[in-house]
Design a protein around this ligand. Structure first.
Ligand code: LLP
Length: 418
């Protein structure tokens, strides 16, 4: 793999510098095609909503628009980027457990189509702001189905004490919130939302979610006369980081979800009209690569380190979630392994290890180390720790590269300082 998107890796590194984030644009397009093609049903309306927290920038949002997908944002910043990208805000789903009054106002001013209500106080804030105006908004209520998907504890989101959503066990609170929202003329209650976690490998977790959501929608109708016709199942579809990962193929997971939805909908008299999913990682993860230049090599009694010119500042996932990655040395793809290396970043933190142990051909100073599957939650969780400047982001396609985010300079780093 000396090329990505028809571009030579060393050339890209030379032209754009390292550390560098590179997206294979055709790989992004392929994932969007898969989701939009397979998340279709003869019986239900469907929407694919890209969870932009995985990677949010104007170029990415333009791609989302091109494929007719909706967009999930979780902050004023993500919303502003979408607005500036010229994205149709009526197709935006605004998430978050603590949207500030200013963010809610911004959403109403920008004409955001759907707000996902997370809790009772947020519902009251929305009602207060919108009443008496000529604005309109749809809402979904985030409920917490209490499903424990087997993933890292930091990215499990639907256990009973989660900070997100209202527990399905608290039906009374859910009913009160929906009734309050529905009593506002300019708020339309559309249905329920849940998200059970991220990097989920088990199809059964999704079908269990579907069953719980349909049963709950029916309960709300039968016991309380509340008719929501949309169910949004969130994201969480896994990506392949290393050979140990076996993500459910996109066509399969879409088929499984829709099949279960159709079955469950029949049981409840076809109450539900629309199903949404919110993939993030599974769209952008595998399309992304982080390039680093190898600096010094250091041998300790038990380790052989290769130091690189980035680290936890551009990819905090190994330090935060013990996430595993695969990597290779550009130009040495076909060479036999020479040793097991520990790939360490340059941040002042012992935990700044990008890969604990990986068999690589002999690594030399100046080599370009390419880490795979860095496209989700890499750049979007980057930091300025140690005042490292953020890398540039490049989209490559059919032998052409376009820089979609510039590399930060030292002047950018101090630009807000007085
Ligand atoms: N919808 C909602 C409401 C979410 O909270 C998330 C992710 C998604 C959709 C998209 O999930 P995905 O398809 O990307 O798994 N920073 C962590 C992941 C946090 C996920 C937060 N919510 C990581 O790097 O693994």
């Amino acid at each position: 793999m000396s090329e990505i998107g028809g571009m030579n890796i060393q050339k890209l590194a030379e032209t754009h510098g390292t550390p560098l984030v590179v997206y294979d644009e055709n790989a992004l397009r392929d994932k969007l095609t898969l989701f939009t093609k397979h998340f279709k049903s003869d019986f239900l309306e469907t929407d694919v909503i890209y969870a932009s927290k995985a990677f949010n920038c104007k170029a990415m949002i333009s791609l989302i628009e091109e494929y007719g997908c909706c967009l999930d944002v979780v902050s004023g910043g993500e919303l502003y980027t979408a607005f500036k990208a010229g994205y149709d805000c009526s197709k935006i789903f605004f998430h978050g457990n603590n949207k500030t009054p200013a963010e809610i106002k911004m959403a109403l001013d920008f004409g955001v189509g759907t707000i996902i209500i997370d809790n009772e106080m947020e519902a009251a804030e929305l009602a207060k702001q919108i009443q008496g105006t000529d604005k309109k908004v749809n809402v979904l209520l985030r409920v917490n189905p209490g499903i424990e998907a087997h993933t890292h504890e930091y990215i499990v989101t639907a256990h009973v004490d989660s900070k997100f959503g209202i527990s399905m066990l608290d039906e009374e609170q859910i009913v009160n919130v929906i009734k309050m929202l529905d009593s506002c003329d300019n708020i339309t209650y559309e249905g329920l939302h849940a998200h059970i976690g991220s990097q989920i490998f088990d199809k059964k977790a999704f079908s269990e979610l579907v069953r719980k959501m349909f049963a709950f929608a029916a309960e709300l109708k039968n016991a309380h006369g509340i008719e929501g016709t949309t169910i949004n199942l969130g994201g969480g579809f896994a990506a392949l980081y290393t050979a140990e990962d076996h993500p459910i193929p996109i066509d399969e997971v879409c088929a499984e979800i829709l099949h279960t939805c159709e079955e469950e909908n029949q049981k409840i008299g076809n109450l539900i009209r629309r199903i949404c999913i919110e993939p993030g990682r599974s769209i952008v993860g595998e399309a992304g690569y982080n390039f680093y230049t190898v600096g010094y090599i250091k041998k300790t009694p038990n380790k052989l380190y290769a130091f690189v010119d980035g680290g936890m500042s551009d990819n905090i996932r190994p330090a935060l979630y013990q996430a595993k990655y695969d990597a290779f040395i550009a130009g040495k793809e076909n060479e036999a392994p020479y040793a097991d290396y520990t790939i360490a970043g340059k941040c002042c933190e012992s935990g700044d290890i990008l890969i604990q142990s990986i068999a690589l051909p002999e690594v030399e100073t100046g080599d370009i180390l390419v880490m795979k599957t860095t496209g989700a939650y890499g750049y979007s969780m980057a930091s300025h720790y140690n005042k490292l400047a953020l890398p540039a982001v490049v989209f490559v396609r059919d032998g052409q590269a376009r820089e979609v985010i510039e590399r930060e300079t030292y002047d950018h780093l101090i630009s807000l300082e007085k």
